[in-house]
Design a protein around this ligand. Structure first.
Ligand code: XUL
Ligand code: CO
Length: 437
């Protein structure tokens, strides 16, 4: 059965196209530098938002009208798999991502849940034999069920910790079965509400042990995916331990995990942390830990995770600039962890949303490549730090000076010729690039 009968495969028609079911900028086979757009962008579709989400928000019931709504339980789960692979094909999506409970309903015990999951995973595996869509990453949902109220790997209850470990164990097996490129940890409730009932040291020690055991098990079963941590500062908990890339990096180093993890950076999570998307990407890239991206955007007027489809070209451009400078995303990709708005409840909106997001990152890619080719900003930056290329600056950089020498250099200096940072010139130039895409 076709779930999206009226829609045929989305094609690239170019910037002048008036067809809403066509790409205007994303031309998968077009070369940008020495790779195709498809190879660089590695788009992924988030199963939870697109096939499981119902459009509900904290103030209102679901609004989404989906062609699998008349079904329930495993029948609905199977219909969603059929619909998902039809959607992937029509969107020409290279990847998808899911949590365990997005694809299969939970039973009353973990044993039952695993049985359901096995059945659906077998069905997915079957589809993947002929589909071009691969698994970018999977993960375990350890935040929705009430048992995870106080966290999973940082729970105050040992049985919950064990339950969470068992879910991740299963997730690693599923990832291996489906050939996942990555395995993601988002610390959904790994945090706290008040320190007065919280043993922070025990929780963080336990979390690190949790990750080490996960790595050990992945190794044991021969699952060689890249492990990813997805930082988020708050929501649902007041304070989450994996606050941002810098905080999570220090956690990884403290517990000897730094060589085994990279980051899955989500734009809206960066916003919530008070950072720009590109700040988080840069921080990860500079320590060789930029793994993958949850490509969405937040609403700067709202203080929560709105998970909107990315349409802000300025943000996608600056993100792609970081990604290209990283040499791409390796085994990662751009996963649309994004949902249509509650008012966009028709199935067609799912296509419009992905077209918008894929085109927005394609524009970002085109512009970022042009910026790098021109070296306009790189020249400004090189000039800005030119005093570190010779003399005392060179000694600072190579670690060949000390406070006494720096003092004798400084004592008789006249007025120092500090140059402008040229911020407005830079911003105007970015606009010029964007308008000439
Ligand atoms: C929540 C979020 C998650 C993770 C996967 O804010 O981003 O959907 O991406 O658990
Ligand atoms: Co995410």
């Amino acid at each position: 059965m076709a779930y999206f009968k009226n829609i045929s495969a989305i094609q690239y028609e170019g910037a002048q196209s008036e067809n809403p079911f066509a790409f205007k900028y994303y031309n998968p086979k077009e070369k940008i530098g020495n790779q195709t757009m498809e190879e660089i962008l590695r788009y992924g579709i988030a199963y939870w938002h697109t096939f499981t989400g119902d459009g509900g928000d904290p103030f209102g019931a679901g609004t989404a009208k989906r062609p699998w709504d008349h079904l329930t339980g495993m029948d609905q789960a199977k219909a969603r798999v059929d619909a998902a692979f039809e959607f992937f094909e029509k969107m020409n999506a290279p990847f998808f991502c899911f949590h365990d409970i997005d694809v299969a309903p939970e039973g009353s015990t973990l044993r039952e849940s695993n049985k359901n999951l096995d059945e659906i995973v077998a069905m997915i595996k079957d589809y993947m034999k002929t589909s071009n869509t691969k698994l970018l990453w999977n993960t375990a949902n350890m935040f929705t069920h009430p048992r995870f109220t106080h966290g999973a790997g940082t729970s105050s209850h040992a049985d919950v910790y064990a339950y969470a470990a068992a879910k991740v164990k299963k997730g690693l097996e599923v990832g291996k079965e489906l050939g996942a490129e990555n395995y993601v940890f988002w610390g959904g409730r790994e945090g706290y509400e008040t320190l007065l009932n919280t043993d922070m040291k025990l929780e963080l020690d336990n979390l690190a042990k949790f990750y080490h055991m996960g790595l050990d098990y992945a190794k044991e079963i021969g699952f060689d995916a890249q492990f990813l941590i997805e930082p988020k500062p708050k929501e649902p908990t007041t304070h989450q331990y994996d606050f941002d890339v810098a905080t999570a990096t220090s956690f990884l180093y403290q517990y000897g995990l730094q060589d085994h993890f990279k980051f899955n950076i989500e734009a809206n999570h960066a916003t919530l942390a008070g950072h720009t998307f590109e700040h988080e990407l840069r921080t990860a890239r500079e320590s060789g830990m930029l793994g993958s991206v949850d490509a969405n955007q937040g609403d700067l007027l709202l203080g929560w995770d709105t998970d909107e489809f990315p349409t802000d070209l300025y943000a996608t451009t600056l993100a792609m600039y970081e990604i290209l400078k990283n040499g791409g995303l390796g085994r990662g990709g751009l996963n649309f962890d994004a949902k249509v708005r509650r008012g966009s409840f028709e199935a067609d909106d799912l296509f419009h949303a992905h077209v918008a997001g894929m085109d927005a990152f394609a524009v970002g890619l085109r512009v970022a490549q042009k910026m790098i080719d021109d070296q306009f900003f790189e020249k400004i930056a090189a000039d800005r730090y030119s005093t570190f290329k010779s003399g005392i600056g060179e000694k600072i950089v190579s670690g060949k000076t000390n406070f006494k020498e720096l003092e004798s250099h400084a004592l008789d200096l006249g007025e120092i010729d500090v140059k402008s940072g040229q911020l407005e010139k830079i911003k105007a130039r970015i606009n010029q690039y964007l308008l000439n895409v």
